[in-house]
Design a protein around this ligand. Sequence first.
Ligand code: 0O2
Length: 247
Amino acid sequence: MNSNELPDFREMRALRDEFARFLLSYKFGSDEMLTKINILKEAFELTHDYSPIEHVSFRLKSADSIFEKARRRGIELSLVSIRKNILDIAGIRITCSFISDAYRLRDMLVRQEDVTVLETKDYIRNPKSNGYKSLHILLSVPVFTLDRVDQVPVELQIRTIAMDFWASLEHKIYYKYEGAVPERLIAELKDAADVADRLDRKMERLHEEVTDLQRTEKAHERRSNPQLSEELLEDFARAMRNPEPRP
Ligand code: 0O2
């Protein structure tokens, strides 16, 4: 390597390090959100023996797709401008069992004090024309680093298993045809989205029915054996007051 090439190489390394630091703040923001989501999941499982969250995934946009989006939108190719204008660099996708869970989860997350909602796109109530459904919430969370606090934007996509199944397949087809999907496939995909929607609604109804049944059974149990729960509570209180000595 001659002396003329050395500064370029150093410059490139500096740029690469700067970009890695830039991305790191988005990872930290996602970590904050993922912790919140995990806490809700565990708290739910403990309290209700059930969790509305089936699956959580996270991705940072690749450098290529950040620059491609910047180019497509006419955004200046500087980190300052990208930070200001591209707000879906950090993305978290939550898959829920039921449509009502998606909204319940959204409510529980956005009411947290340190979470600021920047934008909501409700593609569940207002699906895209191709049939795409999902609840998108763009929010920001504070990230405390060595010498400052950054408000980091994170895009949340909350959807049901059926919506997720459809979107994954549609995404694959879209990429396979590089955006130029044949009309027949577009129509079939829209049809499949309607089937997925009917399945979601049916599952929601069944879920409500089972929940009502469980509630009635519990109330009946309590009525037919009122002492049982009191006795159990007394036993529990006694055990808490006088824990058995360790062997
Ligand atoms: P990836 O792979 O998730 O990173 P944009 O498309 O980002 O320029 P906008 O308004 O920011 O414009 O997009 P929007 O409507 O909020 O949706 C962005 C993301 O939602 C996409 O991210 C997809 O993940 C998902 N999405 C939106 N529409 C569709 C759709 O019709 N089909 C599927 N399968 N997914 C969709 P990215 O960055 O495109 O991709």
